[in-house]
Design a protein around this ligand. Structure first.
Ligand code: GLU
Length: 462
């Protein structure tokens, strides 16, 4: 059987005109329908128009406040020097300090980071954490770097952006390709170069740190936990209980593997999983915990359960059959969770999906053309700014704990996270009914409503 891989996104051009004569033209923004930034802002502006957000606020939110691009050299282990490109984009800070992850990935681009920073603004507002939106990244392949090289890339990147971040100004965190170890080097570097009056408090410049270094319990699983909280709040109300719910998961990194484990704990059956190494399937359910351990050991889902197949089938929970990419997408499930990269579910993949609900674990995993197909097929889309806001919510708890020199226990973190997620889900549902729109537009409306109120109070300086 053909090995499944995660293919580059393809999409048919969006026939919708990109707000010709409107905000895009006024700002001189190019008309490229496949550009993630334009797609993202287009969706935000659709909601802004429904909400009748004042025009000047639409203009402000259509562009990030600051965009920094830095090039920095790093000495590699073989003695050569390599030049890296890093980004930090600060989209909006009307609600509080800029907040958002740092991504290490070979395909990182300025427009992608801009899009992700805008999504952070929306996400923080929707879950009502007092942060704005930012995002950063370094164009590199962390899998191709060894530990020392990764540390040097991180430290040089921190020194390149140190003057524009800060514990009360702009607070990075992990994202694709970075983890708590990278955050530990990040915090250490910042602490070493921060001015003397800042040193005592400077660990707070990043969240997602190791627990021993001021990280919060529950942060690692938080994005997955938040998604499960949203699903548990919404799907039983639509008539689908978690117990016995059939699920497939695209991507089994931090978000996907925690979604798998936490849904399985609640009685759901994980029938198919795919990542960059392959796709697997077990009609009776894959053991999500064992799969997470397999991925940690081998780097991906491929090969899971090999050797335990019995008579053309596999034992429940123990193993899985390898399937093709198309078979993975076509698997009949109740819930499909895209938890890999952006723009992966295009028109073709969306057409293959056979699910009732679609909960976005990744940021912006669905192209506009893919979204149109899902909607036409009656799939209920639970949007990313709602479903994956658990990570930044527990980042906020970490920042609060650091600021007040206390540590919360896991029960407190989980309980407070659940409150934020459930209220955000209800806010979204309320906006959906009030404005008679789809769930993504509703989530943006609920987020923009808060930002609009704050701008109305603050006014525009001077
Ligand atoms: N990178 C995560 C996200 O996209 C978390 C950001 C944070 O914790 O600040 O939501």
């Amino acid at each position: 059987m053909a090995k499944a891989t995660i293919a580059a996104p393809t999409d048919t051009p969006n026939t919708k005109s990109y707000r010709s004569g409107h905000v895009f033209d006024e700002l001189g923004m190019a008309h490229d329908p496949n550009n993630l930034y334009l797609q993202t802002i287009d969706a935000v502006l659709t909601a802004a128009e429904v909400l009748e957000l004042p025009h000047h606020l639409q203009l402000i939110l259509a562009q990030p406040k600051n965009e920094v691009m830095a090039h920095f050299p790093v000495k590699m282990n073989d003695g050569s020097y390599k030049l890296f490109k890093g980004y930090r984009v600060q989209h909006n800070n009307a609600l509080g300090p800029y907040k958002g992850g740092i991504r290490f990935h070979p395909e990182v681009s300025l427009d992608d980071v801009k899009a992700l920073s805008a999504l952070m603004t929306m996400k923080c507002s929707l879950v009502r954490v007092p942060f704005g939106g930012g995002k950063g990244g370094v164009k590199c392949d962390p899998r191709a770097l060894d530990r020392d090289e990764l540390m040097r890339v991180t430290r040089r990147f921190v020194s390149a952006i140190a003057s524009i971040i800060g514990p009360d100004h702009d607070i990075p965190a992990p994202d694709v390709g970075t983890n708590s170890q990278v955050m530990a080097w990040f915090a250490d570097t910042y602490q070493n170069i921060a001015g003397a009056n800042m040193r005592h408090d400077s660990l707070r410049v990043v969240t997602g740190k190791p627990i021993e270094m001021g990280g919060s319990v529950g942060r690692e699983k938080a994005t997955g936990q938040g998604l499960v909280d949203v699903v548990a709040e919404m799907l039983p109300a639509f008539g689908t209980p978690l117990e016995g719910m059939r699920v497939s998961v695209l991507g089994y990194g931090n978000v996907g593997s925690w979604v798998g484990r936490l849904l399985a704990e609640r009685g759901a059956i994980i029938v198919a999983v795919m990542d960059h190494t392959g796709a697997i399937h077990n009609e009776k359910g894959i053991d999500a915990q064992m799969l997470a351990e397999h991925c940690a050991e081998t780097g991906g889902v491929a090969g899971f359960g090999k050797g335990v197949a019995t008579n053309g089938g596999v034992k429940a929970g123990v193993g899985a059959d390898a399937i093709s990419e198309e078979e993975f997408y076509r698997t009949t499930v109740d819930l499909f969770v895209p938890a890999a990269l952006e723009q992966m579910i295009d028109e073709e993949k969306a057409g293959w999906l056979d699910c009732k609900y679609y909960a976005e674990g990744a940021n912006a995993p669905t192209t506009p053309a893919g979204e149109r197909v899902l909607m036409k097929n009656g799939v209920e889309i639970l949007p990313a700014i709602l479903c994956n806001a658990g990570g930044v919510t527990v980042s906020y708890f970490e920042w609060v704990q650091n600021k007040s020199n206390v540590t919360w226990d896991i029960e407190t973190v989980d309980r407070e996270l659940n409150k934020h997620m459930v209220l955000a889900a209800r806010r979204t549902q309320l906006a959906k009914h009030r404005y008679e729109c789809d769930m993504r537009t509703a989530a943006y409306i609920a987020a923009l409503d808060q930002i609009g109120k704050v701008y109305a109070m603050r006014g525009i300086f001077p």
